[in-house]
Each structure stands twice: as C-alpha cells, then as structure tokens.
Design a protein around this ligand. Structure first.
Ligand SMILES: C[S@@+](CC[C@H](N)C(=O)[O-])C[C@H]1O[C@@H](n2cnc3c(N)ncnc32)[C@H](O)[C@@H]1O
Length: 385
C-alpha cells in the first residue's frame, strides 16, 4: 500500500491523476465514492463525490498534498478501488477479512482504456432492459459483438455526464437531446438519473424523422420511461417549451450544432455536451491570403475549416458565459467523430466576455467567416457590443 500511496501522490502532484472509484462498500450508506480533479479559484483540488444508496451525493474538495492519503484510507471500506492516472493504473481488491490484492498496469493508452472499463457506470455483466430494446444486448444481457463500440460509447458518455452532475440542479432536472436520432444516449441518461441517482428527470428528445421518433416513443412506453418526451420536428422550428438544464447533442449535422449551441446559450442551460459533425459551413467561406498554402488543398481546407468551426464555437460559448473544455469522447478507432465540447455555465466577468467576442469577430473578419451560431446569437450579445 505504501508503494501505491507514493505512486498516487506523484501522479496527483504531476497532474497525471485522472480518476479513482471506490465501489462495493462493505457497509454504511455510501454506494460508491469517485475522486477526480477540479479547480476552485484556479487552484486544483481532488474532488470527492460520495454517492449514497438512497440516491444522494456529497461533495468535498481535498487539498492535493493530502489526497493520496485520504483516498487510500477511504478505500478500506470498499471491495474494489480503481485508480486511473495517465502514467499508471491500479486495481485494489480487498476482502471483508482484510486481505488485499493490488494489480498495477503501467500506463499506455490501450491499457488505460481497458482499466476504464472497470469504472463503467453500466456493467457489461448486467442486463439492462433499455439496452435490450435498443438491440445492444440480447435478451440474456450479452452485448452483441457488433454493438460493443456503441456500449463503450454509451458508458463513456455517462462518465462525462456523471462529471457534470454537480453543475446541475439537485432534482427535477430537465434534459434536451436535440437531433436525438435513435436516442441511445438519452435512454442511458434517463436511466442514469432516474434509476442510478434516483433523481427526478425529464428528457425531451427532438428529431425531424417521424419513424425514428415513433419507434423511440414506443420503446420508452414499453420501458415505463414516462418522463421521456419525444418531439418530431425541425430544431430550427420546434423546440421544447420547457427550460433546459442539460443540453445534449450528438452528431447534429453541420449548422444544426450551431442551432443547438445557440439555443442552449439563450435558454441559460447549465451544461452543454455537444459532439459536432459534418462541419461544412465554413469551408465554403474561409479565405485568407496567408493561409492560401493550406486552403488551396481541398482536403486540408476541409480539415482546417472543421478546426475553425469548433474552435469558434468554443470561443463564442466562452463569450456567452461558459467554461469550455474539448475532450475525446470515444476511442478514435471506434469513430473519427469523437470530439466533445463540454460547456458549463459559470461566472465570467463582462470585460473578459467582451474581449472574447471582440476577438471572435476579428477572426471572422480576417478569415471571411459568418458562422450561423454567431448570427443566431446576435441579439443575445447586444449588451457586450
Ligand atoms: C447523425 S444522426 C445522430 C443521431 C443521434 N444523436 C446519435 O448520435 O445517435 C443526426 C440526426 O440529426 C437529425 N437532424 C439533423 N438536422 C436536424 C434538424 N434541423 N432538426 C431535427 N433533427 C435534425 C437527423 O434526422 C438525424 O437523426
């Protein structure tokens, strides 16, 4: 245990700590405890989230220098401790009588992803009715071979959602999934909030394909997921009338993502999780003499436009009062569309937002860009201009 403490201490000190999950509590009210890193007033802390069996969550910020000690002392009450750092991973298995087995995995990407499996919110060994209806598991709970990557995607997404739970209201959460398609993630999110966290949640799913909406509606009815509401319509015209705490959007094509982000900002969503795709709009606009050596190559022009599109979206979200992070959503081997924009509403002083917007507009002028998201938010930013 001393070796693990030293390794964990070093990882926390060097910024390599990712997450530690304590699960399988021997007794007491706590179901699992999760440790990650979070900043408070620009100082990094190890953030402790204790999830109790009756669905509550308790949080604490632990100073980094005391965190390894704190985590390993807490781990005594749990059957399994999964330590995940970018330089190493370890699994601690403990019996009720006190026997301890520690397995180390020195960090490389493949192994990290494997270890991450142990932190899955949905266990591959358990049957979930919604996954059966969505044809990801068979009726015995076995994940179909061809659906393994979808299962990983859903689990990875739930991990990202679990990280933003503290930024959402404690109960009565309103979620929008815009351009929901078959709504895999919405079913998982509903299940997570309603049945794992025991919170009251309503999930509004919007898509313009009537067959898909009707199929999803039927599945929700059969599952008794009575607060999943499916709306058939174009997101540019038919948005839910209710407010949104969490706005999700996965692979909403081209400017549909701009609409999603702009509406989320206007409605003051607390958290936005958006994985953009088919970013075509700016590739027909972008012009810049100094970048002509890139722009004359069509493939490179397309790739650069994708980067510009998403970077500008992040900048505009920041101007709109959001702390923004981009992350790799799934293993790039599963799909190249794996960028996730995570935005959390926070306090950003007006002068910083003004500078961000000014910088944004200057970039657009310099590169001849008129992004849809900017047009949709024109009125929203009138106080900054
Ligand atoms: C690539 S699919 C993604 C579906 C789902 N979010 C997922 O990740 O599995 C894109 C979906 O967006 C929907 N869509 C695109 N533009 C839309 C719009 N303006 N309004 C409503 N739905 C739209 C399409 O019908 C399609 O189901």
């Amino acid at each position: 245990m001393q070796k693990l403490k030293e390794k964990l201490n070093n990882s926390i000190r060097n910024g390599d700590f990712v997450k530690t999950v304590l699960s399988g509590a021997f007794d007491g009210d706590v179901k699992k405890t999760v440790y990650s890193v979070r900043e408070k007033k620009n100082v990094p802390y190890v953030f402790e989230e204790k999830f109790t069996k009756d669905g509550k969550a308790f949080h604490a910020y632990i100073e980094c220098e005391n965190a390894a000690d704190h985590i390993l002392s807490s781990s005594f009450g749990f059957k399994q401790t999964d330590v995940n750092c970018s330089d190493f991973s370890a699994v601690v298995l403990r019996s009720k009588k006190g026997a301890v087995h520690i397995k180390y995995i020195e960090g490389n990407k493949e192994k990290d992803i494997k270890t991450e499996d142990k932190n899955y919110i949905l266990s591959p060994a358990q049957k979930y009715d919604f996954l059966v209806y969505l044809q990801i598991q068979d009726k015995n709970g076995r994940i179909y071979d061809k659906r393994q990557s979808k299962f990983r995607q859903i689990n990875r997404f739930l991990q990202i959602v679990s990280d933003v739970v503290p930024a959402l209201p404690g109960d009565g959460i309103s979620v929008w999934d815009l351009c929901c398609g078959k709504s895999y993630l919405s079913f998982a999110v509903y299940y997570y909030f309603r049945f794992i966290l025991n919170k009251d949640v309503t999930v509004y799913c919007v898509d313009r394909k009537p067959d898909v909406i009707s199929e999803c509606s039927d599945i929700a009815k059969k599952l008794g997921f009575d607060k999943m509401i499916f709306i058939c319509g174009d997101i540019f015209k038919s948005l839910p009338e209710r407010s949104a705490d969490l706005v999700l959007s996965l692979h909403a094509c081209d400017i549909a993502t701009d609409m999603v982000l702009a509406e989320a900002v206007k409605r003051g969503a607390k958290v936005i999780l958006s994985s953009p795709c088919c970013q075509h709009e700016l590739s027909t606009q972008i012009k810049n003499e100094e970048l002509s050596f890139v722009l004359r190559e069509p493939i490179l022009k397309q790739k650069l436009s994708v980067v510009f599109t998403d970077a500008l979206r992040c900048k505009l979200l920041h101007a709109g009062g959001y702390k923004v992070t981009t992350l790799e959503f799934v293993d790039p081997d599963d799909t190249p569309k794996n960028l996730m924009i995570r935005a959390e509403k926070t306090y950003i002083p007006k002068n910083i937002r003004e500078n961000e917007l000014k910088g944004y507009d200057e970039i657009c002028r310099a590169f001849n860009l008129q992004p849809t998201m900017r047009k949709l938010l024109d009125g929203y930013f009138s106080d900054l201009l």
